[in-house]
Design a protein around this ligand. Structure first.
Ligand code: SF4
Length: 460
């Protein structure tokens, strides 16, 4: 394979993982509706004409049919589909009846497996070696619907990432927008999820009623600096006035004005600059069909605009996505990418534990792979690998760069580093929260499934 082939054009499936979103059937949230959230004839928080809703409606919200149809479409478009990331969206899944939750997730696996199973355990087992493997499962929830029993179920389904609707860490604002939970719930959920090994995403919403740009930035700073929060990923959705939401009346009564494009852009740019090297900005702006937008920013392309400015002004950005090899390739010719890959470790305290963010980077800080290791104070609790991610083309690039890497692979090098740190710190066991379809990779590294069938683990 020549060098050019190693750097395929970045696509939707840049890391070789195809995202498949599965929409929940419409159901109102139990606490009522948050002021900014549209309540329409669609899953809560979505509009009836959002592309994902249209697809789901066609499949009558049946999870099996939704997954099957989406995989077939992606395959038809030429995307690789052997690795699938399932994303459950629309409303608060963990508030649905428990039987429904288990059946819903099982049917998603059944669709990937191409056959029915008797229960979730059998579905997961089949998926370990299926043609379409679930390498990641993402579920969104509210911070107050994330108690111990919810976490137990999330683990039982093979979930790897949880996204929390945080919006802003401010109790006053929570009250005024009818969130019906407090900041303490965010702190508690974050801790619970981290201890269990999940990767955590926060949804942040600047521009809510009773906030202002200065206040938003102050709170975002706190999200990144306080031990209580420190998510692994964020999505930034500036507040908009959407049809079907409680904000519409406030807007027409002149009690609320959403941020202008300039103000939102400034806040987003400041947020990007504040984002630490271990956080990925997953998304900026939500895709809203124009006929449902009453007021607020329309620029879906805002991120590109901001990133262009960052490049032109040579602003230093540490955030993950900006440094990923695939993204770097959009800016630079492959021949200019340095292949002197090194391991860099960032240590930080979060939710009572110590996190080690282990990166494979080159001299320009371009990212080829990463691993998140968490150590609790109690050394009897196994060391936890919350994420291992190797960017597709990087593996081969590493092989070119160093002979040792060719034999080992970047993933193995990162895992070795995590094992080494854990052992040195006095831990006798290491665990990985692994997507069901990635378990085989860890079995080959000498890991075994724990007795509850949740994590893969190894004695150090
Ligand atoms: S919890 Fe989420 S889905 Fe439910 S009303 Fe609030 S924003 Fe909408």
């Amino acid at each position: 394979m020549d060098k050019e082939q190693l750097f395929r054009k970045p696509t939707k499936t840049i890391s070789g993982v195809a995202p498949v979103s599965v929409m929940l059937p419409p159901r109102r949230c139990e606490h009522g509706a948050c002021l900014y959230c549209p309540t329409l004839n669609a899953p809560q928080s979505y509009t009836p004409e959002s592309p994902a809703v249209l697809r789901a409606r066609k499949a009558e919200y049946d999870p099996y049919r939704q997954v099957k149809m989406r995989v077939e479409t992606l395959e038809g478009m030429g995307h690789p589909t052997d690795k699938i990331e399932l994303i459950l969206m629309g409303g608060t899944f963990l508030s649905y009846p428990e039987d429904f939750q288990f059946e819903f997730v099982k049917r998603c696996y059944d669709a990937l497996n191409g056959r029915d199973s008797k229960d979730i355990n059998e579905a997961k087992k089949i998926n370990e070696t299926a043609k379409y493997r679930c390498t990641a499962l993402c579920i969104e929830t509210r911070p107050d619907v994330c108690k111990e029993h919810h976490v137990k179920n999330l683990l039982a389904w093979g979930t790897t990432r949880v996204e929390l609707g945080v919006q802003i860490i401010d109790d006053e604002i929570y009250k005024s927008i009818n969130r019906c939970h407090d900041v303490a719930a965010v702190t508690a959920a974050t801790k619970r999820l981290k201890i269990a090994g999940f990767k955590i995403g926060y949804h942040l919403m600047p521009g809510l009623p009773k906030s202002n740009p200065k206040h938003d930035i102050k709170k975002i700073k706190k999200v990144f600096s306080s031990q209580d929060f420190k998510p692994d990923q964020i999505k930034i959705y500036p507040c908009q006035v959407l049809k079907g939401s409680g904000l519409v009346a406030k807007y027409y009564a002149h009690e609320f004005v959403p941020y202008s494009k300039e103000v939102a852009k400034d806040i987003i740019l400041k947020t990007i600059k504040l984002t630490p090297n271990y956080v990925r900005i997953m998304r900026i702006m939500r895709e809203i069909p124009p006929q449902y937008l009453i007021a607020g920013i329309t620029n879906l392309d805002l991120r590109h605009e901001i990133e262009k400015e960052i490049r032109e002004k040579h602003i230093k950005v540490k955030e993950i996505r900006f440094r990923e090899i695939g993204f770097a390739l959009q800016k630079k010719n492959y021949s200019k990418i340095k292949t002197d890959i090194k391991i860099k470790v960032t240590k930080y305290k979060a939710s009572g534990g110590t996190e080690f963010f282990i990166e494979a980077v080159n001299k320009d800080n371009i990212l080829f792979g990463l691993l998140r290791l968490r150590l609790e104070k109690n050394k009897l609790i196994p060391a936890m690998v919350r994420e291992l991610h190797v960017y597709g083309p990087a593996l081969k690039l590493g092989a070119e760069a160093k002979e040792e890497w060719q034999h080992k692979g970047l993933g193995k090098i990162l895992m070795n580093e995590a094992e080494k740190i854990s052992k040195k710190k006095g831990y006798s066991m290491i665990r990985v929260i692994s997507g069901i379809g990635v378990r085989e990779y860890y079995y080959n590294l000498g890991y075994l499934l724990d007795r509850d069938g949740i994590y893969v683990e190894k004695v150090l």
